[in-house]
Design a protein. Sequence first.
Length: 310
Amino acid sequence: MLTLLFFLLLATATIGALVWSGIEIFRPKEDPLADRLEELQSSAMASTSRAPRRRGGGGALNNILYVISLFPGGEGWLRDTERELAQAGSRRKSGLAWFAILQYGFLGTLLTLALWLEWNAEIVQKMIGIVAALMLGWLLPQQVLHAMVRRYRRKLQEALPDTVDLLGIVLGTGLALDQAMFRVSEEMEYIYPELAGEFSTVVMQVRAGQERAKAFAQLVRRSGIEDIKSLSAMIVQSERFGTSLSQALTVYADSLRNRRRLRAEASVARAGIKMLFPIILFILPALFVITLVPGLLSVMQQLREGLGPR
């Protein structure tokens, strides 16, 4: 009884820590300018060919990351996870540490649960349970992070046509590129907050002294979207050769709308195929039961009456 109570308390505390970690990762920032300048510094460090190894100190969260980096492959996992968190829209300095706490806490919880459930089982069954808990505890948070990256990219993709069109209109009024991007980010903040935040990041980086081409290259690396790569190349080439950017953005916005319409049509065309398997597995069996079973029962009743004693 005491063991069960201790396990329930441990599981409750672990779940609470996981929820708190998720809230801390994606909590809104209170100082946008400081966070953007800090991101600029971290991005510049990440862009080097060989990043410096982590050091201890600097708080409990940094010490956790340092301990993880000491394990084989830990430093590479931290870099990949930090890059994916940035691509998912979370760029807080403490986000990597909280995600590491979440992942290892979830892994430890599943491993403890597997050991508790398989405590009196045979050694083979116990090993299978431990391996399954390790795989699920490690892969599930990673898959959630991958899904968040895809969701963030999809939001950027959907917001791009309208935002590019508005940027072309604002540039046509005579504003400079940085002022126009900042103005667009303010207008789109409540409609498309993800892309507005990316535009604001680029503006802050340029104002902090970074080259515009490098700032847009980092935008492409963060987003991983081909349309944003084309937009960045268009803006950089227009600035280099002095061509009219407003007209080019208007044409490009029309092209983006056509692509968005084609993607929507493709999704509608695939909907029939996606609905095929649920129909076969869930709807058709129920339909067969509703239509055939009453007739079968009636036939069986008649046969029973016909074969009965006369």
